[in-house]
Design a protein around this ligand. Structure first.
Ligand SMILES: Nc1ncnc2c1ncn2[C@@H]1O[C@H](COP(=O)(O)OP(=O)(O)O)[C@@H](O)[C@H]1O
Ligand SMILES: O=C(O)[C@H](O)[C@@H](O)[C@H](O)[C@H](O)COP(=O)(O)O
Length: 224
């Protein structure tokens, strides 16, 4: 069962076995307008499991899936393949394109869409958040796959046939601004579910599934 660490809003295997929802996530405190469509953005540095988790969530809920890496311009792919970290300037158009692709997927009538995007910095997440500005039926949720640099180095090294080599993990961590999930922190990002990915992929998938289900249940409750 999903459990939220009351201290920091974190979801993970070390949390208690019963569901103790973060007070800020309780349905009665979050009056939401009806008929939401959801953008689920699976985030985190290279190797944290974005693609694997996103496919699982998309399959489970029969939602369209957008692999963010497929929308990089060729120049970005070449930079990364050559071990050169992307800059903010390299990323803006990519982020805007991912936001638009997500909205396009919802415009086909899908109740949700699952997108992979590292979204390393808060300002990158803010670009995606704009998706709900013009359409309040759209809710944006980030699932942050939290891992140590050491864990990701091992996973990226073992991954075959990807342009992103393990040397890029360090630069990804240098850019990373982990989402603030402490409701008492002024920089709190309330649309982020932080999931510990130190366990097996099966465990991670269950944690993410529980987190998504809990948000959906809260949304349904608010709509009733
Ligand atoms: N929790 C996990 N346990 C073990 N291996 C994992 C886990 N998460 C991801 N991996 C492996 O690490 C590699 C990177 O996963 P991937 O889904 O491609 O990450 P990303 O899309 O974030 O770069 C893959 O080979 C995947 O099988
Ligand atoms: O699978 C991966 O290794 C990652 O998804 C990887 O490709 C990367 O995170 C970005 O797509 C690059 O862009 P950023 O430098 O903005 O993370």
């Amino acid at each position: 069962m999903l459990s939220y660490d009351q201290a920091n809003g974190h979801v993970g295997p070390s949390a208690p076995p019963t569901s103790t929802m973060n007070p800020s996530l309780q349905a009665e405190q979050v009056p939401l307008p009806p008929h939401h469509r959801h953008i689920w953005i699976i985030t985190g540095p290279a190797g944290c499991g974005k693609s694997t988790v996103a496919k699982y969530i998309a399959d489970t809920f029969s939602l369209p899936y957008i692999e963010g890496d497929e929308f990089h311009p060729q120049a970005n792919i070449e930079k990364m393949a050559n071990g050169i970290a992307l800059t903010d300037a390299d990323r803006w158009d990519w982020l805007i394109l991912l936001r638009q692709q997500s909205l396009n997927a919802l415009s086909t009538g899908a109740p949700g869409v699952v997108l992979t995007c590292s979204a390393l910095k808060r300002k990158y997440r803010d670009v995606i958040r704009i998706a709900s500005y013009n359409d309040h039926d759209v809710l944006v949720h980030f699932v942050y796959l939290k891992a140590t640099e050491e864990t990701l180095l091992v996973r990226v090294k073992a991954r075959q046939g990807h342009y992103m080599k393990d040397s890029m993990v360090r630069s990804q961590f240098a850019s990373l601004e982990p989402p603030v999930v402490d409701p008492n922190d002024p920089l709190y990002e309330k649309d982020v579910l932080s999931v510990d990915v130190s366990g097996s992929m099966a465990e991670v998938q269950q944690l993410v599934l529980a987190a998504v289900n809990e948000v959906m249940a809260r949304d349904a409750y608010a709509e009733s």
